[in-house]
Ligand binder design. Structure first.
Ligand SMILES: Cc1ncc(COP(=O)(O)O)c(C=O)c1O
Length: 451
């Protein structure tokens, strides 16, 4: 392959990581081609709103939602719900978008519950998770949620102790630890036997007895084996464990879950080397088929199937924009400094997450070498992208990082006094601010003088 073809192929693969509306169009100002999303010139947005800047493409979000809806309708017709895992990216606008899709909204703790309530998510669509819920979390859940996923026996006792004060109690589901994790980074595995999440099958049996003794509205079982997996196979043995438990419960207590959730966790491609990637239908069809077969084999009623995706709904819709500084060279590396990184996206430092990027202006320029893209923060681990083939970039250019919609802003910090970036909603050529940039005044707002 000659150099031009290699550049072209690399560029095409990289562009396909961006939102579905991404295109390269001549800039109205200079005529130079620029990267656009939803018809919006990303360079103009960076100029108008400052960097780092996060942009979400409405069309990509809608397409991701439609893919789940289509697959569930095809493989598990009539009895399914999608719950958006708010932990991936939580703000009022995204919660309101989930309501346009008819989704439930999964909250972890009182803070996310407050966002869901402020966004107008109806009570019956608020589902609450949490591994060690505080009293505030539990009280908010009992007050605002339609469904509360109980993590452990102690929490169930705390719920039972609070029921008298309640006019209506949310549905309770029990979180099972199935003893099988999915294939992902150890920090994102949750289903293994020694995980901190959920209850062993033995504890679930006790929990069911307790619910019956206290007449608690137990309606479902839940498990989640980890996040960002590409092979659904480990869901098979986990479903077997859970359905075995259900069969035992059905024969000993007569209780069967009306709802069953194998959580979320379907992965996405972040880098051109991750392509091609299996689409969501491979995951949904696998889960649906194993559930249908597992219930039939044990003579169990088919429950409503709840899927709980976060990343696979929002990751691709998000693009992070940074402004470049002056290139620097160390013994073996060419460094491209940018004005964000660890504070708005801790994933590379947390578990070696690998990203790609394109310059916003003239993104098809030929590659000039391997670049290490680093943020301004006082940690050597603040390297957003390692060893990425890139063109030469001048200081002051805008760099776009695709697949930035999940677990960036949800895990961002004010390290080194960083102010959290503005977030834009892009649709039909227009950009709307859905979260404003933090100000110095915001940073100081919680501080008090020394007495
Ligand atoms: C209980 C639960 N459900 C759903 C999710 C969503 O996972 P993902 O964003 O990978 O789909 C998570 C994330 O870890 C989770 O802990």
């Amino acid at each position: 392959m000659n150099t031009d073809m290699a550049t072209q192929e690399l560029w095409q693969r990289r562009l396909s990581l961006f939102p579905i509306t991404a295109a390269v169009q001549p800039s109205p100002r200079q005529g130079t081609p620029v990267l656009t999303v939803a018809g919006c010139d990303l360079e103009a947005l960076a100029h108008a709103h400052g960097t780092p800047l996060y942009c979400f493409d409405a069309a990509t979000l809608d397409a991701a939602a439609a893919a789940y809806q289509r697959s569930l309708a095809a493989h598990y017709p009539g009895r399914s719900t999608v719950t958006y895992a708010g932990k991936a990216f939580c703000c009022k606008a995204i919660a309101q978008w989930t309501q346009r899709q008819g989704f439930w909204f999964d909250c972890t703790g009182a803070g996310e519950i407050a966002v869901a309530v402020a966004a107008g998510v109806p009570q019956q669509r608020i589902l609450v998770h949490g591994v060690n819920k505080s009293d505030e979390d539990l009280d908010a859940a009992l007050r605002h949620a339609g469904t509360l996923v109980v993590d452990n026996l102690a929490e169930l006792h705390r719920c039972a102790g609070r029921t008298q004060a309640l006019a209506a109690m949310p549905h309770l589901w029990l979180r099972v630890r199935p003893g099988v994790a999915v294939d992902t980074h150890a920090y994102r595995q949750t289903g293994q036997e020694d995980s901190k999440f959920g209850m062993s099958p033995q504890e679930v049996l006790q929990a069911v007895q307790l619910c019956r003794a206290h007449s608690l509205p137990l309606t479902g079982l839940h498990f989640h084996q980890g996040s960002h997996f590409h092979d659904p196979a480990p869901i098979g043995p986990a479903l077997d464990t859970v359905l075995h438990l259900v069969a035992e419960l059905a024969s000993t207590t007569g209780w069967q879950p009306a709802s069953l959730s194998p959580g979320g966790g379907w992965g996405v491609p972040y880098h051109e080397d991750d392509l091609p990637h299996r689409d969501v239908d491979a995951y949904v069809s696998f889960v649906a088929q194993r559930l249908i077969e597992g219930c039939a084999a044990r003579g169990l009623d088919l429950p409503t199937l709840h899927l709980e995706p976060g990343r696979s709904l929002v990751a691709r819709a998000g693009v992070a924009l940074y402004r470049t500084g002056v290139e620097k060279h160390s013994a073996t590396r060419r460094w491209l400094p940018i004005d964000g990184g660890l504070a708005d996206n801790p994933r590379p430092a947390l578990y070696g997450a690998r990203y790609s990027a394109l310059p916003v202006r003239a993104p098809q320029r030929p590659v000039a070498g391997t670049t290490w893209i680093a943020g301004p923060f006082c940690e050597s681990g603040d390297v957003l992208i390692e060893a990425l083939p890139l063109p030469l970039l001048e200081a002051g250019e805008v760099l776009a990082v695709p697949v930035s919609g999940a677990y960036h802003l949800a895990m961002q910090s004010n390290y080194n006094g960083a102010r959290k970036p503005a977030v834009l909603w892009l649709a039909d050529g227009a950009a709307h601010v859905i979260q404003r940039r933090e100000t110095i005044a915001d940073l100081l707002a919680r501080d008090a003088d020394l007495p």
